[in-house]
Design a protein around this ligand. Sequence first.
Ligand SMILES: NC(=O)C1=CN([C@@H]2O[C@H](COP(=O)(O)OP(=O)(O)OC[C@H]3O[C@@H](n4cnc5c(N)ncnc54)[C@H](O)[C@@H]3O)[C@@H](O)[C@H]2O)C=CC1
Ligand SMILES: O=C(O)C(=O)COP(=O)(O)O
Length: 530
Amino acid sequence: MNNEVRVLIADKMDPRAAGIFRDRGIHVDEKPGLSPEEFAKAIGDYDGLAVRSSTRVTAAIMDAAAPRLKVIARAGIGVDTIDVPAASARGIVVMNTPFGNSITTAEHAIAMLFALAREIPQADQSTQSGKWEKNRFMGVELTGKTLGLVGCGNIGSIVADRAHGLKMKVVAYDPFLSPERAIELGVEKVELDELLSRADFITLHTPLTDQTRGILSREALASTKRGVRIVNCARGGLIDEPALKEALDSGHVAGAALDVFAEEPAKDNPLFGTPGLICTPHLGASTTEAQVNVAIQIAEQMSDFLLLGGITNAVNVPSLSAEEAPRLKPYMNLAEQLGRLVGQIAGTGIRSIDIEVEGHAAELNIKPITGAVLAGLMGTWSDTVNMVNAPFLAKDRGIGVREIRNEGEGDYHTLLAVTVGTEDQGARRVEGTIFGNRAARLVNIFGVPIEAELTGQMIYIVNDDQPGFIGALGTQLGENRINIATFNLGRRKDEREAIALIAVDDPISAEVAQQLHELPGVREVVPLSF
Ligand SMILES: NC(=O)C1=CN([C@@H]2O[C@H](COP(=O)(O)OP(=O)(O)OC[C@H]3O[C@@H](n4cnc5c(N)ncnc54)[C@H](O)[C@@H]3O)[C@@H](O)[C@H]2O)C=CC1
Ligand SMILES: O=C(O)C(=O)COP(=O)(O)O
C-alpha cells in the first residue's frame, strides 16, 4: 500500500484514462463532483490529480495535498483553474494536453460563427414552437467578411485555416505571432485597435492571463465596427460582460456567441436573455474525439512522470521525455550531488550558479540537469525544494543561473561542472563525471583533483599539508566511535594545503566537527550528507 502510486480523477473524463492508469499498475479513483470539503479531505492520499475545468485547484487544496501530491494534470488546455505559481512554489508539476482538443474547439468557434450569422438557435426555437417566422430571420454571409482573431496560437491558427476555406479575410492580433508565421498562416498581423475597427466577426483565442483579462473591455467594444458579431470559445474573463450586454442591447454588437463565462457554471448570468446572444455550456472541447485524445494523453503523461520521471507538456518545468529520463538519470544524480556538495560548503551567500557540460554530457538536454543541480544546492537550505520549484527559488533570491555547453572533450569523456559565485569566498567550482554510464563521481573540488563517490554521511576537511594529520584525525574519529568507510585525499601543493573527503558510517555532530576543527593544522571542517 505504501509504495502504491495513486491518482485521483476529479472531473468527468473518458474511461480510457482510468484504463491506462490501471494497465500501468497505478491505483486510480474516479470521483467527479466532490464538494470542496470532500476534495480537500481526499486529496492527501494521491500522487497525481487529473482535472478538467470544473475543478479549481487552489493553494489551499495543494496544502491539503502535501506532501504527497507530485503532479496536477489538466486533460485540456487552459490551466487558469490551477494556481500554477502555488504549485511551482510547492514543487508540484503542472501539465496539460496542449493539442488534444484544439481542432474540436476551433470547430466549435466556426459553428458559433455560422450560428451567429444565421441565428440558427433562435430560428430553431421559433420554428419548433410552431411560429414559422420566415420573415423575422435575415442572416449575413461569411464569404468576403473580415474575421479578427484575438490570439493566433494553436486554436486561432486552425480557425484561420477553416475561415480561409469559407473565403473570409483573416486579420490577427497576437503580440507573439511572428511576421513569418503570419505569412505562413495567410493572416494579416494587426494591432488590436485596427482589428477592432476592421473586423465584421471577432473570435477570441488567448489564454486568460493578467494581460488578457478584459481584453474586450468597454472601450474596446465601443471601438468595434457597428454590427460586429463576437465569438468567445476561450475564457469568459476576456470580455467585460456587463459592457457586452449594453452593446447587444443597443444593437452596436449584432450578436455574441459565448461558450465560456466569467463565472462557471453560468446558471444566472446577467447576459442571459439578451437579444442576439447564443450560449453553450463550455462545450468547446466536448467531442468524442477530443475527449478520447486528452484522456489518453493525460493518463500517459502522468504515468510516464509518476513511474519513469518523464516530463511532457509541463507548464512549470522543462520537458524530459520518458525515453530521455533513463539516459539522464545518472547525470541528474551527479548534478544533485554536486549541487548538494557546493550548497553545503558554500552556504547561503551564493550570487550565481554556472552549470557546464562537456563531452557526452554536452549532447544531453541540459534543463533537467540544471534543475537537479539547483534542487541539490537549494535543498540544503530547505526541505521542500525540488526540481520544479528550485529555478523559481533561485530567481526569487536573485541568483543568476547560466548553462554552458563546452564543445570537445577534456580529460573525461563526459563532465559536469558547477561553479558558484559567492559573496565572501569568490567563485568555487566542483566537477564530476560518470563512470561506466552509471556511477557518479566527483573528480575535482575547488581546483583540487580528487576522486570520490558522494554518498551518505561525509566530512570535508581542509588542513595544512603536513605529516601526522591523518593519524590524528583517525584517532579523533575512533574516540567518538565513528567508523571511516572511505578516505579520499587531494592537495594543493603550492599552498601546502590538503583536502580530505571522508565517508563515515554515522552522522558527524557539531561537537565532533568542533573537535576535528581543533586538531593541529585544520583550516575548515564541513559535515556533509548526501
Ligand atoms: N472552450 C473550450 O472548451 C476551450 C477553450 N480553450 C481556451 O483557448 C485558449 C487558447 O488555446 P490555444 O490556442 O491552444 O493556446 P495557444 O497557447 O496555442 O495560443 C494562445 C495564443 O494567445 C496569444 N496571446 C497571449 N497573450 C496575448 C495577448 N495579450 N493578446 C493577444 N494574444 C495573446 C499567444 O501568443 C498564443 O499565440 C486556451 O488557453 C483556453 O483558455 C481551449 C480549449 C477548449
Ligand atoms: O481545454 C480547455 O482549456 C477547456 O477549456 C476545455 O475545458 P473542459 O475540459 O471541457 O472542461
